[in-house]
Design a protein around this ligand. Sequence first.
Ligand code: SER
Length: 321
Amino acid sequence: MRTSEKILVIGSSGQIGIELVENLRNIYGIDNVIASDIKVTEQAKDGPFEVIDVLNTQNLLEIVKRHNINQVYLLAALLSATAEKNPKFAWDLNMIGLFNVLDLAKEKIISKVYWPSSIAVFGPNTPKVNTPQYTIMEPSTVYGISKQAGERWCEYYYNKYNVDVRSLRYPGLIGWKSAPGGGTTDYAVHIFHEAIKTGSYECFLSENTTLPMMYMPDAIKATIGIMQADPDKIKIRSSYNLSGLSFSPKDIAIEIKKHIPNFSISYKSDSRQFIADSWPQSIDSSMAAEHWNWKPEFDLIGMTNDMIKNLKKCTESETYM
Ligand code: SER
């Protein structure tokens, strides 16, 4: 596709970044999508790559200017479980990183920003089922607090400085191409790898902990979808609720057993249980559907089929290499 877009993905070697870069390059062309992370990774082999520390404004500005970037996807962040181990650094990375990118748009150096929020903006006092877009939000994790504050700042920059910033409240994301990095919902990826590799899994959340989740192709579709939507369709400039599916460790174990009958699961909750218990079980994303036509494709059955099919293929090719 011929395009005038020049896109920078910051934090591109993480769980979302790897798949997002691949998809953006299919749409906009390899050379129009610059991947970047805090250090050089394998991804550098696949196309333009820069080392960016999002906390270093000079470094960021220099690269944005050098590549004539007009859109930034800011994915660099500490997720819920990792952030609890280093709250101050998590706050700095998640907030200052956002300011640094929003300020590039405020100064009209770039024209569009994508920034992910999370179901972590909700807290123990939020209604848990079909959580509405507008509701009580009292997050109890540093990650959730940083995402909630970030949402407020996104809306503020839109209202005050006309910054075209777009955002989604991601649920737990599940994909086979990339590993998750320090979230409470990571079990839903690890469980597939262990089921195929060893036939058993010890889950760090209890069996009935139902959480909102989404299969990665849907998350990528939503991310690119909201960025490509006409600006007047984006009526929420804090962040949109986004729903895919909802399940518990027990539900997903039952589904995996249909493919791997001897699969067994055991449960040993750790500190992540406390985080999971503060989050919703399911999300109402009717506003995303209404405003820019959001519609997920994958349910639990479809996702499980696809995950197992692809991970088995990967395992086979590794064996024969
Ligand atoms: N998957 C994320 C986490 O568990 C939620 O945004 O931290």
